[in-house]
Ligand binder design. Structure first.
Ligand SMILES: [Zn+2]
Length: 262
């Protein structure tokens, strides 16, 4: 199998505290060449950046997740901005809207989302978008930045129609573990319609563990199950899925000088 990129994993998560080094050292023998590690608040953004400074195969992103939007302050904004300029920080994320949990009031979520999109625009960086039960507002806000900001719809499980709208705005569509779930019929049908030029793969570790490992902690090496499922659904060779997804990831995050030993 060829080397893959896991385009979204939270390796700084406390679920990796007892064996992080082992997991990271095992990536290479499991054909994982690179990982993008996003933050979800100031603390995790800091630890994401630290990890990416410590390991050459990790890149990071910084941002405040909609769950944490309520605690967003001017000071946090300035800190995130400072972090975004650090070496190996390749995106602003994950940011977005979450109306499923509604951990923060929607108006505040939108305000914090726009603020960080403006930051991405100012720094000319891509964004990593989290959206749940908020497709309409998410699209409208991203559309306000049309031609100025693009990025990736992370762990996308939405409709074909919305995917088309996001792709028209210049966004990539990233597919995670849910595509492997037996009853995820809509996700499977949607994936068939996404052109390979627009597709990324990810794990969202430690969450959303793909079949056949559901119930276990997710790890970047399980991204192969996502790739294999996409290959089956699209009836194309696995190699195509891996090569396209890693090339797309490289282009989106402007990962200059990365190489694959296969
Ligand atoms: Zn995530």
């Amino acid at each position: 199998m060829k080397f893959m990129i896991d385009s979204h994993a939270h390796l700084d998560d406390e679920k990796f505290n007892y064996d992080r080094e082992g997991v990271l050292k095992g990536l290479y023998e499991n054909q994982i060449a690179y990982v993008i590690n996003p933050g979800s608040d100031l603390e995790t953004s800091k630890s994401a950046v630290e990890l990416s400074h410590e390991y050459d195969f990790i890149y990071s992103a910084v941002g405040v997740h909609p769950h944490e939007a309520e605690d967003f302050t001017e000071e946090i904004y300035e800190e995130i901005k400072k972090l975004a300029k650090e070496k190996k920080v390749v995106a602003i994320g994950e940011i977005g809207l979450d109306y499923y949990y509604d951990h923060s009031p929607r108006e505040i979520q939108k305000e914090v989302f726009r603020k960080q999109l403006n930051l991405a625009k100012e720094l000319n960086m891509p964004v990593i978008i989290h959206t749940r039960d908020a497709q309409g507002d998410t699209f409208d806000i991203l559309n306000e930045f049309k031609g100025e900001v693009t990025g990736v719809m992370h762990c996308y499980t939405g409709s074909v129609e919305m995917a088309e709208k996001y792709m028209k705005l210049g966004y990539y569509i990233s597919i995670a573990g849910p595509v492997t779930f037996k009853n995820a019929v809509n996700v499977k049908e949607m994936v068939k319609t996404i052109p390979m030029e627009k597709l990324l793969i990810e794990t969202d570790s430690p969450y959303l563990t793909p079949t056949p490992n559901r119930g276990k902690r997710n790890e970047p090496k399980f991204v192969k199950y996502v790739a294999e499922t996409i290959a089956e659904l699209k009836e194309i060779p696995l190699t195509d899925v891996i090569e396209h997804s890693r090339e797309n990831t490289k282009n989106l995050f402007k990962l200059e000088g990365i190489a694959f030993e296969d």
